[in-house]
Design a protein around this ligand. Structure first.
Ligand code: HMG
Ligand code: MG
Length: 300
């Protein structure tokens, strides 16, 4: 097993997209800038999606214009179609992400097209990115279950992952959108996908709805995955996945990995401070056990 793990911080996008309250641009910019000073190499900054579908991401152009971009840090944005890609280009994004699903119903609810139509829609986006020297990432949602269909056949996950990889996505992020997955099933799913897509090109994206995300990450590490999407303070959820809670908390993942001898390059103490700050801003208790424990210890 490798000793280096890459963390993709998705809090400013996946974390904030589901918030009911309006979050001003200044707060989003501060969140991204603070996260950029922790040692993270990737901070997903927003989404060029329809503001009618996801109002919280409407100001991504302003956020991209105001963040203090640090050399060596990548700031990906989601782009569901060419309209989104044009927005990303204007904002000078270095990386874009197309997002498909292994479930037909989720694809319809989330992006209003079938899986097959979504692939046709993504092709010109990924091709344009390639031509422009912009990196393209691919997400696959519902890899361990769907809020509308329940269990999803692993072969569907393999098919969509392979299609996105062959299209030219450098990395395929496997999303347990509603956090129903468990370690044994995660392992079997990853093994199947890794038979068609190099495991080095796979990332894990686990939501923590059922409290299984850390176990799933450990299982994924054992299968050879070295990149994980996480959200500071465990913020997040998908507006088109009812009941889905946040991503696994970045600080919980970093705590588990560092304690087990892995390196992430991320400063845990800084993350804990950011987690406390953004949770206070949003008026909620951090969903991270590590932040809660550390805050309690500080108050002794
Ligand atoms: P549609 O209604 O089928 O699209 O939506 P349309 O082409 O008919 O356009 C409808 C309206 O949207 C038009 O405006 C377009 O101009 C506008 P109107 O004429 O009505 O005023 N529009 C756009 N505006 C801004 N940016 C764009 C854009 N495209 C069209 N790019 C569409 C199709 C894909 C646009 C819509 O369904 C959408 O935006 N969906 C995004 C949903 C979303 O962001 N979900 C959350 C992210 S995915 C996720 O969280 C899962 C993940 O974390 C992994 C996991 O956990 O599984 C990644
Ligand atoms: Mg997600």
């Amino acid at each position: 097993m490798t000793s280096n793990i890459n963390i993709v911080e998705v809090g400013p996008r996946d974390g904030l997209q589901n918030e009911k309250q309006t979050i001003d641009v200044a707060t989003k910019v501060e969140l991204i800038d603070r996260l950029s000073s922790t040692g993270l190499a990737t901070v997903e900054a927003g989404a060029f999606v329809s503001p009618k579908w996801v109002p919280q991401m409407a100001a991504t152009d302003a956020v991209m214009a105001q963040i203090n971009r640090k050399q060596g840090i990548s700031y990906p944005v989601l782009t569901p179609n060419m309209r989104g890609y044009d927005g990303a280009r204007t904002a000078k994004a270095d990386t874009i992400a197309v997002f498909g699903a292994a479930s037909e119903s989720f694809s319809q609810k989330n992006i209003n097209v079938s899986i097959e139509e979504s692939m046709e829609r993504f092709k010109p986006v990924v091709n344009a990115a390639k031509a422009d020297g912009v990196r393209a990432r691919g997400y696959v949602s519902c890899v361990l279950g769907c809020p509308y269909e329940g269990d999803i056949p692993v072969k569907n996950v393999v098919r969509v992952s392979k299609a996105l990889y062959e299209m030219g996505c450098y990395e395929i992020s496997l999303g347990d959108t509603i956090g129903v997955g468990v370690a044994g099933k995660a392992k079997a799913m990853i093994r199947a996908v890794a038979s068609e897509v190099p495991v080095t090109a796979l990332a894990g994206h686990f939501h923590d709805t059922y409290g299984q995300s850390l176990a799933n990450i450990w299982a994924a590490v054992e299968e050879g995955i070295t990149t994980f999407d996480c959200s500071v303070s465990g913020l997040g959820g998908c507006p088109y996945a009812p009941g889905a809670s946040g991503n696994v908390a970045t600080e919980d993942v970093v705590y588990m990995l560092h304690g087990s001898g892995f390196e992430t390059g991320v400063d845990l103490e800084k993350l804990i401070d950011i987690s406390g700050w953004i949770s206070a801003k949003l008026g909620r208790t951090p969903a991270s056990k590590v932040t809660m424990a550390r805050q309690a210890a500080r108050n002794i």
